[in-house]
Structures are given as C-alpha cells and as structure tokens.
Design a protein around this ligand. Sequence first.
Ligand code: HPA
Length: 291
Amino acid sequence: MQYFGRAEFESAANFVRQRTQHTPRIGLVLGSGLGGLADAVEQPSIIPYADIPYWPQSTVPGHSGKLYLGRFENQDVLMMRGRAHYYEGYALTQVTLPIRVMQFLGVEILILTNAAGGINPTYRPGDLMLISDHINLVGMAGENPLKGPNDDSLGPRFPGMNGVYDLGLRITARKVAKDEDVPLHEGVYVGLSGPSFETPAEIRLLRAVGADAVGMSTVHESIVARHANNQDGQNKRLRVLGISGITNATIDDSESLEEATHEEVLEAGKVLVPRLEAVVRGVLRALSDPA
Ligand code: HPA
C-alpha cells in the first residue's frame, strides 16, 4: 500500500467540489448508529463514497457510506454518514483520507462523533461524553496515520498532540449541553483497533490508565486534523470537537456472562441522536454568533 499524498487528496476534493455549491467550513463525521443526523441537512448534495476517488468504503452495518454537503443551522456543512475503520482492512492513510479532503476543501472545524463503550463506572448507555483527550493505543503500537513520508506543505513532521480537542469548542459544548439540559460527561477516549471487543482484563487495564470510554475510531482522524495546516498557509490547524455516544457498559468482570454486541451499539444510537443533535446544533449556533 502506497501512502496517499497531495495528488490523491486533490483528486478526491475536486470531485466533491464539482458536485456541490456548498463551501463548508464545518465538517462532521457521524459514528455508528449516529448517521441519522445527516437527515437534518437542508438542500443536500449527497455523494456516495463509492463514487469519490480513493475514498474508503464502510462495510459495517450502521454506516451508510454517503457524504452530505448542505445547510445546517444556517451554515454550510459537510457530514460523513459513516466512516471506514482500520479493522475493516484499510491502511490508516485510507481511513484518514476524508480528513485530508476536508482540509483541502477549507474545513476549519471538525466534529468527530463515535459510538463508544463506557469504562468510567458512572457512564450509562445513552450518555454523551465530550472527549477531553485521547490515548492512541494503536499508535503506541506503531500504526500512526502520519507514518510515511511527510509533506511539509500539509503539516509538520512532528506535530504536538496537546490541545487536539480544542478547549474553546469544549467550553462552548459544555455551555450548550447545560442550556439544553443534555447530560454531558467529559473524559478520555482510548482508541483500539478492534474488531473484537475488549476482555474484562483489558477493560480493567484501560480504566487503570485513565480511560473513560473505548472505541475503534476517531484517534486517527484527530491526529491528521491536528497535523493539517489550513490551506491559506497561516499554519492554523483544524479545530476538533470530539463527542462519544456511550452505547454500552463495558464488562470488567471475568466471570460475567454478558456480552457486548454491535446490535446494542446501534440500538443506543436511537437515544443518542437527538441528544447529539441538540449539542451539535447549539455549538454551530454559537459558532455563527460568537457573541
Ligand atoms: N468497545 C470498543 N468499541 C466500542 C464499544 C466497546 O465496548 N462500544 C462501541 N464501540
């Protein structure tokens, strides 16, 4: 597998540009069971992932595989209804190509959502968690989406990884959740490769190292977003807001007979979508009217 570079990103971004009048500054990735939010996009240009050059296909139920560009809270937005994952067999350069396309399209704010298992014992299925920080266990084991040649025109070789989840956006999201009466935790997301869920011993380990929720996405996208200089050359990075929908409690007892399933992940999405929608709408309103 060759690493993607400017040529592939340009080609995919040009394809998208030619199929819409919208020029989004805000991009959203909708995780497992959360794709329903895309139905709220007005005047949508809908582009199947399968049509876009180099764009990775999602093979997982609950990820429909379409790009929506349109109006949402009076702003141009881009929403990804479903994403591809590392465990589907994609290289991380493929998994994160959509983030590069957003960089090339001029997206400045990236809202990443996902379904996650709750590790923090106070979290319940149906709760939202604002991501304050992440632990990239896949990256610690050597699989980083920035591995390979670095194109300095896209971003620096060694990007810092503090402040990945923009504090200003988090403060806005906290305020919105409070105003809208949506319960919102804030914690650390740990990214694993999947597709197997965690053993109880692994859950206990992850809890001990400070993880509050666990999932199989997001961290790669956040890293590429953090790397991504914006295209006007000001060295400004994409600002990321990360929100996990807690779909299940993880099992930390090695004698438990319970099992985590993808079905419960999708079921919890039904409760999560309206809550997520309230928070995302509020954040977008605050962005368009910062006063
Ligand atoms: N573990 C890992 N990924 C997940 C989980 C989980 O329990 N739930 C949703 N995504």
